[in-house]
Every structure is written in structure tokens, then in C-alpha cells.
Write a new protein. Structure first.
Length: 209
């Protein structure tokens, strides 16, 4: 799967194990998701273009690198994606934040947009769409479609765990979008949960059932 990047850094793998554990409470779960988002952002932004600027150190005038190119925007898919935003912003504090909210139509089972707020200069931006889970891929695919419909073209998707079914859906609908995940799990069960997964990320983040 050429567009799937599994991030195998030891710290990422260690923290994924901790959030999978059923005994991990909401407070620790939130902290771990925040830390994972930060660590994963370091890997996701590895290919950001650099440009040189001239600066004056305490010793001498010199040239040094700064990030150049497209502006960055992080877009959480509501609600669970909110848990990853602060971790991304700790590394990219100047990034703008968009939001996409979806619900599943009970008759068609298709994702329906109920909220979408994005920066206006989409064509000038690189988007990092975040959601802890890539299960069926329906919500992620729809959110990315909404961004594209408004003019966004440079998009990456970041999740903590993914199912093969979701990866296949994304590859079919958005072959131009790279997927970054800490784990490609076994499958979806009959209830649509990732196996082994980590349960319902939104419920575990916010202590709801």
C-alpha cells in the first residue's frame, strides 16, 4: 500500500499499546492521544520544504533554514479528532484549524456534513486531517471530499489506528492522499469496530458511552 505510512518509532508504538489497554482512564487516554499526535506530526511533516533566510547570531551573520511553501491547516473530524489538535499545534503553533462535522444518515448510511469551517485560501494550504480511527473510511473520505470541493488539493490524513477496509476505501476515493498511522490492524468486526483497535475513541476521550 504505497500511500500508507506506518510510523514505527518506539515511542509511538509504546504509547499506542497504552491507549489500547482497556484499563487506561479518560485523563490518561487524552494525554496519550495528545502526545501521539505530537510525535506523529514530527514524522508527517518530514517532507516540508525549506528555504534559507539570513539571521544574525550572537557571533556572526549567517544563513539558516526555515519552513517555506504552503501554509499549514489541521482539520479534526468531529468529535474524536479534536483530541489530536493540540498535539499538532504544539509543533506547528502558527497552523490554522478547520473543523468538519459529520453524521451518518440512518437510511442511506452515507456521511452527511453538518458543519464545515475552513480557511478561505484553501488552494494555498497544506491540510492535515486528523481522526484517531480509520475504520470504514466513510467519514475520512467524506471530510477530504469536502475540503477538495472547496479548493483544497494538498491533503494528508493522520490516524492512530487503521483497518484495511478503511485504507481500501481511502485508496479508492482519494489515491492522492497519503495516510499516516501508528498501526494497520486486522479488520473490522460485525459492529464496525477496528480489531484489536482501542474501542470508541470519542467515548474514551470524553468519558461518554
Amino acid at each position: 500500500m504505497a500511500n500508507v505510512h506506518i510510523l514505527n518509532h518506539p515511542l509511538i508504538q509504546h504509547k499506542i499499546t497504552l491507549i489500547r489497554d482497556n484499563s487506561t482512564g479518560a485523563k490518561e487516554f487524552r494525554e496519550l492521544v495528545d502526545e501521539l499526535a505530537l510525535l506523529m506530526t514530527y514524522e508527517v511533516t518530514r517532507d516540508l520544504p525549506l528555504g534559507e533566510v539570513e539571521i544574525h547570531t550572537p557571533i556572526k551573520r549567517t544563513r539558516s533554514n526555515v519552513i517555506s511553501g504552503k501554509k499549514l491547516t489541521v482539520v479534526p473530524i468531529l468529535r474524536a479528532g479534536l483530541g489530536m489538535v493540540d498535539g499538532v499545534l504544539k509543533l506547528i503553533p502558527a497552523a490554522k484549524v478547520g473543523h468538519v462535522g459529520l453524521y451518518r444518515d440512518p437510511e442511506t448510511l452515507e456521511p452527511v456534513e453538518y458543519y464545515c469551517k475552513l480557511p478561505k485560501d484553501l488552494e494555498e494550504r497544506e491540510f492535515i486531517v486528523v481522526d484517531p480511527m480509520l475504520a470504514t473510511g466513510g467519514s475520512a473520505s467524506a471530510a477530504i471530499s469536502f475540503i477538495k470541493q472547496r479548493g483544497g488539493t494538498n491533503i494528508k490524513f493522520v490516524c492512530l489506528v487503521a483497518a484495511p477496509e478503511g485504507v481500501d476505501k481511502m485508496a479508492k476515493d482519494h489515491p492522492d492522499v497519503d495516510i499516516y498511522t501508528a498501526s494497520l490492524d486486522e479488520k473490522l468486526n460485525e459492529d464496525g469496530y477496528i480489531v484489536p483497535g482501542l474501542g470508541d475513541a470519542g467515548d474514551r476521550l470524553y468519558g461518554t458511552k
